[in-house]
Design a protein around this ligand. Structure first.
Ligand SMILES: [Zn+2]
Length: 229
């Protein structure tokens, strides 16, 4: 694992661009900028036939999530098996990330903005979803008292292609599991998960325990990403 702790926004973008220049199946595209003028990027990883969607960085203070994704993008070209084409939005809230805040610079929670959004970050994400996804994965951190990994499963959309029970069981070999492993509570209005349900895209939200030291959280989220491939 190359990136072991948070790097600042400018370094993050430089790394992304460097990785794409280094690899012919990692495409990085600038799709527009945040209210404070920070660019937002979409990354396409070419691999298989089916398309999956991965997002992270809705909440700027949940820093292990975008760092795990950056490691994954860096490692993509080393993978011998690439079963999917992956569309990634690794850092949806760059202003929050830079300032260490959950919300964006307008004090808005971007993970409640997927219906009738007022925020440019989510408008850009929605404008750049252009293909059929067989599943979506959203990366977060539980900043309250939490003893291990858990995920939240879309309560309505289903799939035969991913089995949350076996994903969690693979992760449990290496990491403690909290909250029963899989939470299937009601969708919050305007959340990414709700958006996926409404569009019949099966989704899982991955959560690492925010109290752990950063390196272990990044490792856990990266490991959870590999557990879906
Ligand atoms: Zn979050």
């Amino acid at each position: 694992m190359k990136y072991l702790r948070k790097i600042d926004y400018d370094s993050y973008i430089l790394e992304l661009i460097k990785i794409s220049e280094d690899s012919n199946n990692v495409l990085v595209k600038n799709i527009g900028s945040s209210p404070k003028g920070r660019d937002i990027f979409k990354v396409s990883l070419d691999g298989g036939y089916d398309n999956i969607l991965i997002v992270s960085g809705h909440h700027g203070d949940e820093i292990a999530a975008p760092m795990a994704i950056l490691n994954f993008i860096h490692e993509w070209k080393l993978l011998s098996e690439k079963p999917f084409n992956i569309t990634l939005f690794p850092l949806i809230n760059p202003d929050g990330y830079e300032n260490g805040t959950r919300e964006n610079s307008n004090s808005i929670d971007l993970n409640r903005q997927y219906s009738n959004t007022t925020e440019v970050e989510i408008k850009l994400v929605l404008e750049n979803l252009n293909i059929n996804y067989i599943a979506a994965f959203d990366f977060h951190e539980a900043l309250d008292e939490c003893a291990g990994f858990f995920c939240c499963e879309s309560p309505q959309a289903t799939t035969d292609l991913f089995d949350s029970e076996s994903i969690v069981s693979r992760i449990s070999i290496k990491y403690p599991i909290a909250r029963g492993g899989i939470v299937r509570n009601k969708n919050k209005e305007g959340s990414f998960r709700n958006f996926c349900d409404e569009n019949e895209i099966y989704s899982l939200t991955f959560e690492s325990p925010g109290q752990w030291e950063i390196r272990r959280r990044i490792e856990l989220l990266l490991f959870s990403l590999y557990s879906i491939l």
